[in-house]
Design a protein around this ligand. Structure first.
Ligand SMILES: [Zn+2]
Length: 137
């Protein structure tokens, strides 16, 4: 059976502060630049979630996209949109909300709702040019 990939794109706005206690304040400023701003700053993020599998023989669908839309809304967007990631999202209270970590944390959130067999990739764009993706490896 042919394997197909299905992707849904969503966007959300959130602020964050990138900072690690393992570095000095000066090193944090140099490494994270604007993202180290003491009160945080915002990004217009894009989230892309890809599934992989064989389409259903009867329907031709891998997954109902309306269902996927509802899962993304419930599991991720309702928790991060227009929030401060460090302060409002428990998963980032101790984990630096870098694009890399967003991809990993979002994957873990989705794993509880989407079978591991189907979930293929979670990609997060922090800007148009920078993105990170995670495939559960
Ligand atoms: Zn930033």
């Amino acid at each position: 059976m042919p394997l197909v990939y299905l992707m849904r794109r969503e966007s959300f706005c959130a602020s964050h502060r990138l900072h690690t206690d393992l570095l000095s304040d000066d090193e944090n400023r140099r490494l994270f630049g604007k993202c180290n701003s003491p009160n945080g700053h915002g990004h217009n993020y894009v989230l892309e979630v890809s599934l992989r599998g064989e389409p259903d023989l009867k329907t031709g669908l891998l997954m109902n996209l309306t269902e996927l839309k509802h899962i993304l809304q419930e599991v991720i967007l309702s928790r991060v949109d227009h929030r401060h990631l460090n302060l409002d999202v428990a998963e980032f209270s101790k984990t630096n909300p870098t694009t890399e970590n967003l991809a990993i944390v979002f994957w873990r959130m989705l794993e509880e709702k989407i079978s591991k067999k189907l979930l293929y990739e979670v990609r997060v764009f922090e800007t148009e040019k920078n993105s990170a993706y995670y495939r559960g490896e």
